[in-house]
Write a protein of this length. Sequence first.
Length: 599
Amino acid sequence: MRVKWTSLFGVILLVTSLRVACSAQDATGTTLAAGVPHLQKQGNATQLIVDGKPYLAMAGELSNNAATSLENMDTIWPRLVAANLNTALIGVTWAQFEPEEGKYNYVQVDGVIAKARENHMHVVLIWFASWKNGTSSFAPYWVKKDYQRFPRIQINDGKTVSISGPLELLSTFGSETSDADAKAFGALMKHIGEVDGTQHTVVMVQVENEVGVLRDTRDRSPDANRAFAGPVPAKLMQYLEAHKDSLIPEFRDVWAANGYKNSGTWEEVFGPGKPANVEIPIQTTSPPMSALEHSNSWQSLHWPSDEIFMAWNYANYVQKVVETGKAAYNIPMFVNGWLQQPNHAWPGTFPSGGPLPEVHDVWRAGAPSVDILAPDLYLESFDEVCQRFTRNGNPLFIPETNSNPANVIVAVGKYNAIGFSPFGIDGNRPIAADLSGAYSMLEQLAPMILARQGTDSVTAVRMIQGDEPKSVKLGNYTLTFTYAGRNSRLPPQARGQVVGSAPPPGTAANSLDAPLEAAAVLISTGPDEYYFGGGGMRVDFTANSPGPGNVGLGDVQEGKFVDGKFVVTRQIAGDDDAQGEILVLRPNNIVRVTLYRYP
Ligand code: DGJ
């Protein structure tokens, strides 16, 4: 048969263009197979793309061992679905995956993936391997008992300090340990690529869990001491030089205080480490801290060279594991940090060397394949932590936190979060209704929010009782929010509202309700149109562009999204918006508003 060259060329072109259409590039420009989860920049946000679309993980993390028995999971899946979760963070333990060296057990991970699919959920796997909360309890028996081949951390001086000597924590200086961990993780990822490379149930992987040295500021094993007395590796020095202008300020301050040296030992470049015979107090508040240090200590480095040294060594170890995993199946991978607590300032009271904001630059230099440095965020200062974790383009994913629905609204609306995940979601207590409500509301608004993340047309606001009104400039208007509480009633003095008349439908008073932490995501969808998700607040609009000074409420519609379309459930006017004067947002509600201007 004679082949017509023009048709052959046409076929080649078609195949080529199909391949282009079916592939995407990740944030680093690497070409990916069709639909494989990856990260992608949009404005100043970074989004998780699954099956070609941005994905918002309304998640929960299961307790550590929940999925070590698939049977145990049977009652958990329906509870997650009923609470509107679309994603579960689930641990895979090295001990269970590789009970004998080189023999892998895929039963658990296959079972988790199968059940997630049945329940229409996605999964973020957690690789509990060399470290979990600094310790090494999830390492396999054959690793635990081979003390020579898989060395442990040593702390303090072994003499004068009460907790001294080797600890049951694997040392980053065991190259056989990192090889073994990486090999097992590579096998796991290869398998996930084989069973999930087209369906994409597994969307990300957390590698290790809350790494770092506990009870001392650094590892003092002979190998560690040798490295600490030696020069700061050129690779780290070069990274710092190249990024000098954009380094995290609290880190740069440490380098600057020591004269921005571009070579030298760790102590020459970053200042003194803690002497081995100085004991770490359980709480590092006072003494030796001053009152000022007590209030701000958790935001700065103490014994910086020790923490920086450990961050470098953990980052390099984790890099090896992540690189091996990604070579087998390349999906986004992140590490999580146990944060400094206000009364735990010295490294070692929190795992020293974990991916905390003050050492993010060190992690970026040592573990370039790690996509996200994530906070386990139980602190009250939620917004501040989000700000510290989104510097220099670090995407925000919160793998562990509590169930405060205001936090998920703010994380997604204001800090472009990829996902939010309260810890221990399978616990005995029911999943909080407020959280499920917030998840449902955000999932409905997700296409609208995700299309705008990284731009200035979406944000969020939160308020507590007693707050002064807050103003936010968004689109063509300035929006001023006043706290209204759980029932979000109109004030009796509202113009047109008869004092003592019945409360508007759906806003029945209940003065016994606990005060609500009000929060709403605000989306500007047109020159005179907004969507709001959530509430507990009233909103006033002021025009911030030339034209008539007064602003009227046009359409006010409560509704829900069905198959991506907004369906109005209640058209609001009259008593429910103070005769067109006051917009009230109620918790976990979706509202569409149009505005007009008049002289
Ligand atoms: C943080 C750890 O990362 C989790 O695995 C879990 O143990 C929680 N702490 C418990 O609060």
